[in-house]
Design a protein around this ligand. Structure first.
Ligand SMILES: [Fe+2]
Length: 331
């Protein structure tokens, strides 16, 4: 049965993404996805989607590598923040409180069992549109851009993990999120696990990292409005020389319609339409898939592309050759 603490997390707040090709990555997120840059500090640009109520959701940071930096997660209240911080402190994974920064008040920094850096916060800064992006309707954060992919909001994040079982226990027992679906390995343990904070079927996902490395990144997803927008996103990526890895197609797990691309910095980005299917039952049981069921492919039968299992960031040694071999069926 769901308990009150299952509702302590509100949503994914912001993601820091590293890129070795900052200007090209910025062009992708700002001009192709139609995010708005709201702040520039040092090597980082802060960007937001048009329907997000907070100041920013993506911190894009120039780096000598790619991969994910710190993930910010908003709680539903100050009390919820206190409860989750107390639970994290009992695990020994807490780093401590951090001072207010761009867009958010004080936050509590920690790492997951796989070493991904995260922080919880409740105090946030609501975005105030200026004359150039003031919306027509007062119940919208900023004007619809009407350009490029028109990414509406950040939807979910998918980490790679050396130990998916340990990561899953942390999200079930410490973060108190609810698991919607998972893939069980024949030999025991899990290939991937999906967790939700509310009625959307997932917010945080863990997939096994074949390299055994800790702390790597698989992808994060934007949510456009509709399936049609995802088809259009594929056309726009094609025109702009953005590598399309997989899709548009429909997932079997959680049934989202998807498109996966690699942004110029090499990080995988998804466009996923998650609104159609909601899990309204607070006690909805975990749906478990076997390896044999997964081998049947995605919803309509298309097989998963090999690079989906090899490509992650930051790159491991020979990552590009490993991905090439996977594409050519040599891996
Ligand atoms: Fe995804």
């Amino acid at each position: 049965m769901a308990v009150e603490e299952n509702f302590d997390l509100a949503h994914l707040g912001a993601i820091e993404l590293y890129t070795p090709r900052f200007e090209e990555s910025l062009h992708f997120f700002r001009d192709i996805c139609a995010m708005r840059e709201v702040e520039r500090i040092g090597d980082s640009a802060y960007l937001r989607c048009w329907d997000e109520y907070q100041r920013y959701s993506l911190k894009l940071t120039a780096s000598d590598t790619n991969g994910v930096g710190r993930t910010l997660l908003r709680t539903t209240s100050e009390d919820a923040l206190s409860r989750r911080v107390a639970a994290i402190e009992r695990t020994g994974l807490g780093h401590g409180w951090r001072d207010p920064e761009v867009g958010v008040g004080r936050s509590y920094e920690f790492e997951d069992p796989d070493g991904h850096l995260m922080a919880l916060y409740y105090d946030t800064e609501h975005y105030v549109p200026d004359d150039t992006d003031r919306p027509a309707l007062k119940n919208q954060a900023s004007a619809f851009p009407g350009s490029g992919i028109n990414a509406r909001r950040i939807d979910h994040i998918n980490y790679l993990a050396s130990d998916v079982t340990a990561a899953g226990e942390f999200w079930s027992d410490v973060m108190m999120s609810r698991e919607s679906e998972r893939v069980r390995l024949d030999e025991g343990g899990y290939a991937a696990r999906w967790f939700r904070f509310h009625q959307k079927s997932y917010d945080v996902v863990y997939s096994g990292d074949w390299t055994g490395e800790r702390g790597r990144f698989h992808h994060f997803a934007f949510s456009p409005d509709s399936r049609e927008d995802i088809l259009r996103a594929a056309d726009i990526c094609l025109e702009n020389d953005i590598f399309i890895e997989y899709g548009p197609y429909k997932h079997a797990i959680n049934q989202t319609f998807f498109l996966y691309v690699w942004e110029p910095g090499g990080n995988r980005i998804e466009f996923a339409n998650a609104q159609a299917r909601l899990l309204l039952d607070p006690d909805w049981p975990v749906v478990e898939w076997s390896e044999a069921e997964r081998a049947k492919g995605q919803a309509w039968g298309m097989k998963t592309v090999p690079t989906f299992h090899t490509h992650g960031t930051p790159y491991v040694e020979n990552q590009e050759e490993i991905d090439r071999a996977a594409m050519e069926g040599r891996h």
